[in-house]
Design a protein around this ligand. Structure first.
Ligand code: ITT
Length: 199
């Protein structure tokens, strides 16, 4: 069986491959880049789950293979949950991780320690070509640093320090991050669903 990874975010693809391969699924994981003619879907949903389902259905329909998608982001308490579903384009340019992180830090420059709670959220969606769909979610709670630290991971990892950790997500090894992350939790919860529906 072929399972399409319906994302063009290279940071996500690396983590998804590691998480799904560790689960021992008997499927070939194929990146969306193998289907360059499938246009990017408009993320018109208002929740992570809606957007993950939109992306999974688009790839499943276009390729005729089951597809999984990830919609994720950083939700900051003092900003009422923003950037949230707008995390990838917070600075205006989609996928400019550095600009997004710099803008967020500037917006939070006056917010003191003790008021910098935030969490990563991930919705993991599975869609089949016949329209069957499932979605599960995972979160990672933490606090936001004032200065980026670490070179691992992607996106907002250099400023999110998980609760109970002294390091940022960007200082964790890939395995350490996947073990506790929003994405690890969501996709490990999706694995039995994939097994059930794909056999
Ligand atoms: P696809 O839609 O192709 O999957 P995307 O980057 O547009 O890629 P999203 O709309 O889900 O994906 O945006 C996710 C953004 O949230 C991402 O660009 C990061 O800035 C942030 N993010 C998500 N997971 C993260 C993680 O594990 N560590 C750091 N930042 C993360």
């Amino acid at each position: 069986t072929r399972l399409i990874l319906a994302t063009r975010n290279t940071g996500k693809i690396t983590e998804l491959r590691a998480i799904l391969e560790a689960a021992g699924l008997d499927v070939a994981l194929v990146g969306a880049d193998a289907y360059p003619d499938v246009p990017d879907v408009k993320e018109t949903g208002v929740t992570f789950a809606e957007n993950a389902l939109l992306k999974a259905h688009a790839l499943a329909r276009a390729t005729g293979h089951p597809a999984v998608a990830d919609d994720s982001g950083l939700c900051v308490d003092v900003l009422g949950g923003a950037p949230g579903i707008f995390s990838a384009r917070w600075s205006g340019t989609h996928g400019n991780d550095q600009a997004n992180l710099d803008l967020l830090l500037a917006q939070l420059s006056d917010v003191p320690d003790g008021h910098r709670a935030a969490h990563f959220a991930c919705a993991a969606a599975l869609a089949l070509p016949d329209g069957t769909e499932r979605v599960v979610e995972g979160t990672l709670d933490g606090t936001l640093r004032h200065t980026p630290t670490g070179t691992g991971g992607f996106g907002y990892d250099p400023i999110l320090q998980p609760l109970g950790e002294t390091r940022t997500c960007a200082e964790l090894t890939p395995d350490e991050k996947n073990a506790i992350s929003h994405r690890g939790k969501a996709f490990r919860a999706l694995v039995p669903v994939v097994r059930e529906l794909l056999g």
